[in-house]
Design a protein around this ligand. Structure first.
Ligand code: SF4
Length: 205
């Protein structure tokens, strides 16, 4: 039977002992007092980190910071809407970078374009399928009043507010992305004032 040769270590036994001794001495130096009960730490942590707000303010903050837009852009204003989503205007700053193909996952409709009566039932169906609570921004002259087509063309809806409720109106033909972003900020202010919880109902009054 062959005997393995003795292993050679980088450090000598004396150096390793000295190293270990130093670790033990350091720990001893840090351990002169008993560690307090963890529950006391928790109290201290809570005192330093609690932020008081109302439930309404918290819910509204979450909602206005994560508006998801339904894809429903029937005409030319859509191109300014698309530009607003690009890196230059960067709608992601408002938590809005996600456009949803399914209305059930959307809570905002930006009506970017002319609407005809033939399309109107479909737009209303999309609105009805969106999750509650939901909001609408009428973008552009066509969305607000039918625009240049309303007086000359019987097939054009003279404003989306004939078929769905509109929260914010952004004028222009088309409005620039900056105008749309201003409209979004107005909507966010509106959402921030929303009352979600009826305390009287909870207390049974
Ligand atoms: S407002 Fe002007 S740009 Fe927008 S959909 Fe109407 S015609 Fe097109």
């Amino acid at each position: 039977m062959e005997i393995e040769p003795a292993k050679k270590y980088i450090y000598s036994d004396i150096e390793l002992d000295r190293e270990e001794g130093q670790v033990i001495e350091d720990l001893k130096a840090q351990s002169q007092q008993p560690i307090p009960d963890p529950d006391q730490w928790l109290d201290e942590e809570l005192e330093q980190n609690i932020l008081l707000t109302s439930v309404d303010a918290l819910i509204n903050w979450g909602r206005r910071s994560s508006l998801w837009t339904a894809i429903c852009f029937p005409a030319c204003c859509a191109f300014e809407m698309i530009a607003a989503n690009g890196p230059r205007f960067d709608m992601a700053r408002f938590g809005m970078e996600i456009l949803r193909a399914s209305p059930r996952q959307a809570d905002l409709m930006i009506t970017a374009g002319t609407l005809t009566w033939k399309m109107a039932p479909n737009v209303r169906r999309i609105y009805n399928q969106m999750a509650e609570p939901k909001w609408v921004i009428a973008m552009g002259a066509c969305a607000i009043s039918g625009g240049i087509f309303a007086s000359a063309e019987y097939a054009v809806v003279p404003g989306y507010n004939r078929i769905i409720p509109v929260d914010v109106y952004v004028p222009g033909c088309p409005p620039r992305p900056e105008a749309l972003i201003y409209g979004i900020q107005m909507l966010q202010k509106k959402i921030a004032r929303r009352k979600n919880i009826d305390v009287r109902k909870i207390l049974g009054r």
